[in-house]
Design a binder for this molecule. Structure first.
Ligand SMILES: [Zn+2]
Length: 636
C-alpha cells in the first residue's frame, strides 16, 4: 500500500536569533476502498416558489439518481421544505419498494411558498440521525436557491447547529443554485458540518452535484481523519486551510474530516518556532490518525538553527512556496470578499494588496509566483465592482482550492491531483517546442531520482545542447509511486500516463521507484506520449550506474516520439553488431545499447530520414557510454 502521508518543507534552517516560520506542504492520500461502511443519506430539497421549473426538475432527477446509487442496506430519507417542512420519505432501508415510493413522491413534488431553510435542514438531519445505528456514515445534503427567510435565520446559530450535528455523526453538505442564496451561510455550514459546498450557476449542474455528492459519501474510506503534529517546545501551528486545529501543549491536531477512496487532500501547515542556538537541532513529528485505523504514515522533520548568514543563503523549495502562496491567496480572497460584501471594499483591497506585495518580495524571479502577485493586484483593483454572482463563484473556487477539489467541485483523486500538479509545475519549465532537439520532461517521485535526472540531463545537454533538452518536475509522480521495490499496479501506471498526457506535447518520462507489474524496465504509452520507467528494475539488474540508465532512457523515449513506429524493444540487428539500435529494452538490452555507444550506418540513415540530427544523436549516445564508464566523475 502506498504511504498515506507526504510532507515537504519550504526549508530546513531556523533563524537562531528570531522566531522562524516554516511552511509544510502536506499531502494525504487515502487508500483504495476495501469494504465501505453503510450510509444514512438525507436529501433536503428547497421547494419554494423560485425553484419551479427547470431547477426543481433537475433537483428531482439528481435525487432519483442518488437513491439509485445506494446499497439496499443503506438508509435514506427525503425532506422537502418551503413554508412548511414535509418529510417525503421517512428514514428507512433503501430497498426496492422504498426506492419506488421515493421516485413516485419526488415526481409529485411541486414548488411554491417561502424558504424555511433551517427548519427543513434540521428535519433532514434528524431523519439521517435515525438511520445511524451500525456505525453508518450520516450525510445530509441541503439544496437551496434562496435566503433563509422563515424560521431560524441567524447565521451563527445555524452554523453552530452544523458543528453540533457533525459531532453527533451527521455531516452536512450544501448546494446553492442561482444568484439569490447566501453563499457565506452555505459555505460555513459545510465547513462546520464537515461536508462539501457546491455552487450551481444554472439548473443544468444540479443533478450531477446531487448524484456526485452521494457518490462521494459512498466512497468514504476513512472517517474523522486527523493530522497530528508534535512540535518543538514553544512552537505554534496555524493553517490557511479551513480545518479545525486543536492544540494541547506541544501537540496539535488538524481535523481533516472524512476522506474518500483514492482522494488526495493537500494542505499547508505553518509552524512558528522560537529562536535557539546556532547549530542546535529540533524535530517535529507528524502522523495520520483515524478511528478505523485505515490511514498510515508518519514523517519526522528535522530543523537546524543557523546564524544570519547561513540562514539567508539557504535555498527554498519553490514548489512548496507556490502551494503555500496559493493557499494563503485563497484564504485572503475569501476574507477580502467578506469585507467587500459588508461594504468595506477598501479594507478588502488592502488585504489583497498587502499579500500581493509580500508575494512579490519573496518571489525572486519565479514566474508562477510573480503571475499570482499580478492576479491578486488585479483582483484588489476590481473588488468593489464584484456582483452577487462573482461572490458565489469566488466562494466556490476558494472552497475548492482550500479543500483539494477540482474545478467541477468534486474531490480530487490521485489522477486528478497528479495532472493538476504536473500542469502547475510544467507551465514553469517548458517553453515552446523545439523541432530539432529531443525534448524530454522528466517526472520524478523523490529527491534521489531528481538528482539522477539532473545529473544525466546535464551530461547530455553538455554533449550537445541542440540535440537534447530536458526539464524536471521534481516530485510530480510521488502520489502514484508505490515506493522502492513495490510493484506499481497497472491502474496506477495508466493513471500516471493519463495524468501526464494532459500536460502539453513534449515527451514525458516518469521515473518511478516501484517495479512495473510485468517486470519490464519501461513502458511506452504512445497515445499519451509518456513513458513510465522503473528505477528499481535497473538497480536490481545492472552493473552500470543509474545515471547512464536514466540518460539512455531519456534519449530512447524522446526518440520514440520523433520516430513514430520505431520500437527500441524490437531487436533489429540479427547479426549483433553492437549498435544503439541493437538489442531489446529489458535491462540487459539497455546495458547492451549503453555499452555500444554508437550507431551503425543503417541506423544513422534511418534516424536521418526521420529528421533527426544524426551527429547530435551520436554525441548523445557516446556520452551515455561515458556515463557508464566513468561513474566517479559524475558522482562527485
Ligand atoms: Zn544499428
Amino acid at each position: 500500500m502506498p504511504r498515506s502521508l507526504h510532507v515537504r518543507v519550504d526549508r530546513r534552517l531556523l533563524h537562531a536569533e528570531a522566531r522562524s516560520r516554516r511552511h509544510l506542504r502536506v499531502d494525504v492520500v487515502a487508500p483504495r476502498r476495501q469494504r465501505r461502511a453503510g450510509l444514512s443519506l438525507g436529501l433536503v430539497l428547497d421547494c419554494s416558489g423560485s425553484m419551479a421549473g427547470a431547477k426543481l426538475n433537475l433537483a428531482r432527477e439528481g435525487a432519483i439518481r442518488a437513491v439509485q446509487a445506494l446499497r439496499l442496506d443503506d438508509q435514506m430519507s427525503v425532506v422537502a421544505y418551503s413554508d412548511e417542512v414535509q418529510v417525503l420519505i421517512r428514514s428507512g432501508a433503501a430497498d426496492e419498494p422504498a426506492r419506488r415510493v421515493a421516485e413516485q413522491r419526488l415526481r409529485q413534488l411541486e414548488a411554491g411558498g417561502n424558504t424555511d431553510l433551517c427548519g427543513g435542514w434540521l428535519r433532514g438531519c434528524e431523519q439521517v440521525g435515525l438511520g445511524l445505528e451500525g456505525r453508518r456514515l450520516g450525510r445530509c445534503l441541503l439544496l437551496t436557491d434562496g435566503l433563509a427567510n422563515l424560521g431560524i435565520t441567524d447565521r451563527r446559530t445555524i452554523v453552530g447547529h452544523a458543528a453540533e450535528l457533525r459531532s453527533r455523526g451527521v455531516t452536512t453538505s450544501t448546494l446553492g443554485v442561482g444568484r439569490d442564496f447566501d453563499e457565506v451561510l452555505l459555505r460555513e455550514m459545510a465547513e462546520a458540518g464537515g461536508g462539501n459546498f457546491y455552487f450551481a450557476e444554472g439548473a443544468s449542474q444540479l443533478a450531477d452535484f446531487i448524484a456526485g455528492e452521494t457518490g462521494e459519501a459512498i466512497r468514504v474510506v476513512a472517517r474523522d481523519a486527523a493530522l497530528v503534529l508534535d512540535l518543538p517546545e514553544g512552537a505554534s501551528l496555524t493553517s490557511p486551510n479551513p480545518f479545525r486545529v486543536r492544540t494541547e501543549q506541544t501537540r496539535s491536531v488538524v481535523e481533516l474530516g472524512d476522506l474518500v477512496e483514492d482522494q488526495v487532500l493537500s494542505l499547508v501547515v505553518t509552524v512558528e518556532i522560537p529562536a535557539g542556538t546556532a547549530g542546535e537541532r529540533v524535530a517535529a513529528q507528524c502522523w495520520l490518525w483515524d478511528p478505523g485505523g485505515v490511514l498510515e504514515g508518519s514523517a519526522e522533520l528535522e530543523f537546524r538553527y543557523a546564524d544570519q548568514g547561513e540562514y539567508r543563503a539557504e535555498a527554498r523549495d519553490r514548489d512548496v512556496d507556490r502551494e503555500v502562496v496559493e493557499a494563503y491567496a485563497a484564504a485572503a480572497r475569501r476574507h477580502a470578499a467578506e469585507l467587500a460584501r459588508e461594504g468595506r471594499a477598501e479594507k478588502g483591497r488592502e488585504v489583497l494588496a498587502k499579500l500581493a506585495a509580500e508575494v512579490r518580495r519573496h518571489a525572486g524571479d519565479d514566474p508562477p509566483l510573480l503571475a499570482l502577485a499580478g492576479e491578486l493586484e488585479k483582483e484588489a483593483a476590481r473588488l468593489a465592482q464584484m456582483d452577487s454572482l462573482e461572490y458565489k463563484r469566488l466562494e466556490f473556487a476558494t472552497f475548492g482550492t482550500l479543500r483539494s477539489k477540482g474545478e467541477d467541485g468534486m474531490t480530487l483523486g490521485t489522477v486528478g491531483f497528479t495532472s493538476r500538479t504536473l500542469n502547475l509545475m510544467m507551465q514553469a519549465h517548458l517553453s515552446g517546442p523545439d523541432r530539432t532537439a529531443v525534448r524530454v520532461a522528466a517526472v520524478t517521485a523523490d529527491k534521489e531520482s531528481t538528482r539522477l535526472v539532473e545529473s544525466a540531463g546535464q551530461a547530455l545537454t553538455a554533449a550537445d545542447a541542440r540535440a537534447f533538452a530536458y526539464s524536471v518536475v521534481d516530485g510530480g509522480a510521488r502520489i502514484l509511486d508505490s515506493g522502492p521495490g513495490v510493484a506499481l499496479s497497472r491502474d496506477d501506471e495508466l493513471g500516471l500516463a493519463y495524468a501526464m498526457a494532459t500536460t502539453g506535447d513534449a515527451v514525458k518520462v516518469a521515473f518511478v521507484r516501484g517495479l512495473l507489474e510485468d517486470g519490464a524496465a519501461a513502458h511506452w504509452h504512445a497515445k499519451e506520449s509518456a513513458a513510465i520507467v522503473s528505477l528499481s528494475a535497473w538497480n536490481e539488474a545492472a552493473a552500470a550506474p543509474a545515471e547512464a540508465f536514466v540518460a539512455c532512457e531519456m534519449v530512447l523515449q524522446g526518440l520514440r516520439q520523433r520516430c513514430p513506429g520505431w520500437d527500441p524493444s524490437v531487436p533489429s540487428h540479427p547479426d549483433a553488431r553492437k549498435c544503439w539500435g541493437d538489442s531489446g529494452d529489458g535491462p540487459a538490452g539497455i546495458e547492451g545499447k549503453i555499452r555500444a555507444g554508437d550507431l551503425c550506418p543503417s541506423c544513422r540513415q534511418f534516424f536521418g530520414a526521420a529528421g533527426i540530427d544524426v551527429p547530435g544523436l551520436v554525441s548523445l549516445v557516446a556520452r551515455v557510454r561515458e556515463l557508464a564508464e566513468s561513474p566517479a566523475a559524475m558522482r562527485s
